[in-house]
Each structure stands twice: as C-alpha cells, then as structure tokens.
Design a protein around this ligand. Structure first.
Ligand code: F6P
Length: 547
C-alpha cells in the first residue's frame, strides 16, 4: 500500500483547525481550567502502568475532535496497518519499516518482501540469548582463559544512541559487566575508553548496519590494532563480534562468521535497539530484562494498533505536537524525565525524531509549505530546573514540555523521591498557573517591601503561566516500562510523519556531510586544497599549515 500524498494544509480538518486556532488561541489554560472542574478527567489516558495527563494543554473538546478529524482525514488507520504489515512505506529506499516485528510475539506472522520475517527474528533473538548467557556466566572466556569483565559497543547514531541510552536507563538492573561506548571518530574518545581496558577480559561489539560508516570502522581498526599489541590474530575470534546487515564486509574485517549477529534492511538505524544492535543491552542486564524491554514495546504496539484514537497515547501526543508546531508556531519541545537514569533519553529521541521528521519535501516530491519536524531537547529534572527552566517559565518562546516521572523510585528512598516528585508536580502546576500580580503583591506585603521597590519589582516577579505540558506518570522504571516509553515516542514520530506527508524513515540529509568529509580528508592528507568557497579554503589551509 502507498501512503497518501496529500498536503495536509489543504485538508478540511486542517482548515477548520486554523479557523479554530484564530478563534480560541487567546483563551488561557487558567481560563480553561476555571471553566471546567472535570477537565483533568476528560483529558487523560490510563493504560497499563502509564497515566498520561494531557489536560494542561491549550485544547478544548472541539480542538481534540478537529485534531482527530485530521488523523482520520489522512487515513491514519490504514497507514498504521501498512506500517505494521510490512508495506514499503520507506519509499525512497524501497524498504519496509518493521522494527515492530523485532518485538512481536513469537507466533506472529509478519511479511516483508513476500517472506515471513519471524523465523529469522526468533533465530537471532535465540543467538543473543545464548551468547548473553555464555558471556555473563563466564562460560565464554577471553584468549587468556579469563572471563569477560568489560564490553565495548563500537557504533554511532542508531548503532550507539539506543544501546547507550538503554544501558544507562537500566543501570539498576545491571550485572557485573562494565559497558563502554565508543562512537565519535574523535581519537581522544576511543583513547579515553581504551585506557580503562584490559584486552584479556574485554569483549568488543562492533555495531554498524552498513559496516561502511567511517567513524565506526576507524574506531574498530584502532581498537583491533591496540588489541593485537597484546594478543594474536587468532584471538580476534574470541573478543570481537559484529552486528550488521553487511556480512561480506564484516568477514573481511576478520570477524568469525559465527560471531556475526545479522540484522535486516527493514530496520532503520534509529529504531534498531530492538534488533541485535541491542546486544550490549542484553549483555549489560541479561537476556530476561532485555526481553522485557521488547515486551514493553510490544504492548505499546498493541495499544497503538488497537486503541481508539481518542484513547491512543501516541496518537494524542502526536496530534498535540502538531497543534503547537503548525498552529501556534512552536519550534521546539522539551522532554524532562524526573529520573537521572533517563539522562540520555533526550539525545536518543533527538535522533529518532529529528532524523525522521526533519524533512522539507512532501511524499508527492514537492517542497512542503508548512512546518515539519520539531526540535527536541531536554535534561533530567530537577537539574534542568536549575539550568534552563527560567526560559520555559518566563522566556518569550512557547515550549510544550513532556514531564516523565515515576510513582516509585528504584532504591525506595522515600525522602528523596517525595522531594523529586514534589518538584515534578510543582513545575507543571507553576507552568500552568504562573503567578498573578495580586499574588506577587501579597508576597511583597508580607515581606513589608516599600511601595517604590514593590512597583519596580512587580513586572519581573509575575509569571504568566499558560505554558502547556504533558505529564507522563509511570509506576516504576523497569525494562518493560522503558520499552513501552520508547515505543510510545516511536509511534508519535510515525503519526506526525504521516500527517506531515513526509517520508520519516530515510535520512538523505546526513549523506552530504559524509560525502564532503571524505573528499576533504583526501585534501588534508595530500595537503592540496581545491575547489572550495573562500571560507572553507582559508580554514583548511590554516589547519593543514598548523597541524
Ligand atoms: O546518522 C546517519 C546514520 O545513517 C544513522 O541513520 C545510523 O543510525 C548511523 O548513521 C549509523 O549507521 P551504521 O549503523 O550503518 O553504521
């Protein structure tokens, strides 16, 4: 099935949303809450361990109905069926988008290119399970007969961000192995990691879907050279494994075919942690926890496929984001997890969101005349409260923000957790209500401030509030809830791409920089600079002369 190619801004629902925006955008969140004491009951979804409260948004029932009309007008239901059913929705690369198959139940039948992919998916999962068991238990040993103590994931982009984020997020569930990540082609990065390692007890996982990525191959070669200073070439088979679709290139690098974990071209890099790209997650927390991560995602997939759109978490989050992005003109969204474990969630979702929906050509091949991909950023609370929250509260920009919090902490320190969560609730309330002139004046009165000082300070101390937030409150951070949370954002990205009429699963924009870097490298190596603009030429000549 082909996805539709209609410019969304020409659709009936979009036009109605535009008129609705003109008529209602002056209404504040405070007014919406004052007008309806049951508002929160109407705008929340409870699903499994999740409570998603989206009542603190600039919407009414009519807004939501119009947004849902938009989802129906683009035929989101059929698009979801095409996505899960293995249709070639990544049309510019002629590929299906089936990361959901990697977490599907074993008895599912999922077809890509006329073939059920599940037997291969299950076989690779079993290979991950067996390998994890052997490494974690110490059955599999390094060249000197010692069990492994460290695992190094060598990859970049989707071959790094997902495993790195998940290993960090699941630290509480971690075993004795220490996991490291080498991604940047910056040689200082790899050297900082190497200096902590003992070659005898370190396992290297080279992750590259294409096995052509400059950064990963350069790091892999540097690491292999370092390893061979202590070990023999035949020891490589014990210490190096690879995850890739490019079996030929992996073998040429010297990896034992037994140590190759295959993946498929229908898995996009930024959605690949569910494949063998997640091997270092499985090694870090054990296969059972890794499998629960997949299970959580699978449950979110079921919810996304089957829930009515008005009760569908990814659909609602996507529609709200479109409401702000396309009608209010918001440019970015913040993402604030109230747990230090999720400190890498924002960078992970930056790739997932911005590489997917950072597009300006519609599926009809024409430039779009409306805004697409949102900018994602964030840091954990409460740290971020002491960093950039000032701008969210009192700056000039509208920044819709997702607050992600957990009912239970993992170590159960109630004092800390209650303090953390009181900040979590206080922030969304403050962003909603702000602080009125009268409230500020009452405070001044208590402080017995002089009239002159009070008059001067008043405008600075008033908060307008009226800042939209979603609150995503989850029982506990576990492999399963993490899996569901990631899948929730993946499907949000999908819905937005469908509505924006863009291809979310290619990334041609990343290619130009890669091509240019390769030709500039030749010039740096030869010292001959040619055919550049005068700025690039000046910079290159300076670098060559001084390096
Ligand atoms: O950043 C571009 C990109 O192609 C990503 O989509 C991908 O995750 C990353 O590079 C790494 O690619 P590979 O896994 O092929 O090394």
């Amino acid at each position: 099935m082909n996805l539709n190619t209609e410019n969304p801004s020409t659709l009936k629902a979009w036009k109605k949303l535009q008129a609705h925006f003109e008529a209602t955008h002056q209404t504040t969140l405070q007014e919406l809450f004052a007008a309806d004491s049951t508002r929160a009951e109407k705008f929340n979804i409870q699903w499994n361990d999740f409570l998603v409260d989206f009542s603190k948004n600039k919407i009414t029932k009519e807004t939501l109905d119009l947004l849902l009309d938009l989802a129906n007008e683009v035929d989101l239901k059929s698009a979801i069926a095409a996505y899960f059913g293995g249709a070639l929705i990544n049309k510019t690369e002629n590929r299906a988008v089936l990361h959901t198959a990697l977490r599907a139940e074993d008895n599912a039948v999922i077809m890509a290119d006329g073939k059920n992919v599940m037997p291969e998916v299950i076989a690779v999962k079993n290979k991950i399970k067996q390998f994890t068991h052997e490494v974690v238990s110490g059955i599999r040993k390094g060249y000197s007969g010692l069990p492994f103590t460290d695992v190094v994931n060598i990859g970049i982009g989707g071959s790094d961000l997902g495993p790195d984020m998940a290993v960090e997020a699941l630290q509480f569930y971690k075993n004795h192995l220490t996991t490291h990540f080498v991604s940047n082609v910056d040689g200082d990065h790899v050297n900082e990691v190497i200096k902590k390692l003992n070659p005898e007890t370190t396992l290297f996982v080279i992750v590259s879907k294409t096995f052509t990525t400059q950064e990963t191959l350069t790091n892999a070669i540097t690491i292999k050279d370092w390893f061979l200073k202590s070990a023999q070439p035949e020891d490589i088979a014990k210490h190096f494994v690879a995850v890739s679709t490019n079996i030929e290139k992996v073998t040429a690098y010297g990896i034992d075919p037994e140590n190759i974990f295959p993946m498929w071209d229908w898995v996009g890099g930024r959605f690949s942690l569910w494949s063998a790209v997640g091997l270092s997650i499985s090694l870090a927390v054990g296969f059972e926890h890794y499998n629960n991560l997949l299970k959580g995602a699978q449950e979110m997939d079921e919810h996304f496929k089957s829930a009515a759109f008005d009760q569908n978490i990814p659909v609602i989050l996507a529609l709200l984001s479109i409401w702000y992005n396309n009608f209010y003109g918001a440019e970015s969204e913040a993402l604030i997890p109230y747990t230090q474990y999720l400190k890498k969630l924002a960078p992970y979702l930056q790739q997932a969101t911005m590489e997917s929906n950072g597009k300006s050509v519609g599926r009809d091949g024409k430039p779009v005349d409306y805004q697409t991909g949102t900018i994602i950023w964030g840091e954990p609370g409460t740290n971020s409260q002491h960093a950039f929250f000032q701008l969210i509260h009192q700056g000039t920009k509208l920044i819709p923000t997702d607050f992600i919090g957990f009912v239970h902490s993992l170590y159960g320190n109630k004092d800390h957790h209650d303090k953390l969560m009181s900040n979590f609730f206080a922030q969304t309330e403050a962003l909603l209500n702000g602080k009125t002139e009268n409230q500020v004046l009452a405070e001044f009165k208590k402080q017995e401030l002089s009239a002159k000082k009070a008059a001067f300070l008043l405008p600075f101390k008033v908060f307008t509030g009226n800042k939209p937030t979603n609150t995503i409150l989850i029982q506990k951070l576990s492999p399963k809830t993490l899996g569901a949370l990631i899948a929730m954002y993946e499907h949000k990205i999908f819905v937005q791409g469908i509505i924006w009429n863009i291809f979310s699963y290619d990334q041609w924009g990343v290619e130009l920089g890669k091509q240019l870097a390769n030709s500039i490298l030749e010039e740096i190596e030869s010292g001959v600079v040619k055919n550049h603009d005068s700025s690039t030429e000046l910079l290159l000549n300076y670098f060559i002369k001084n390096s």
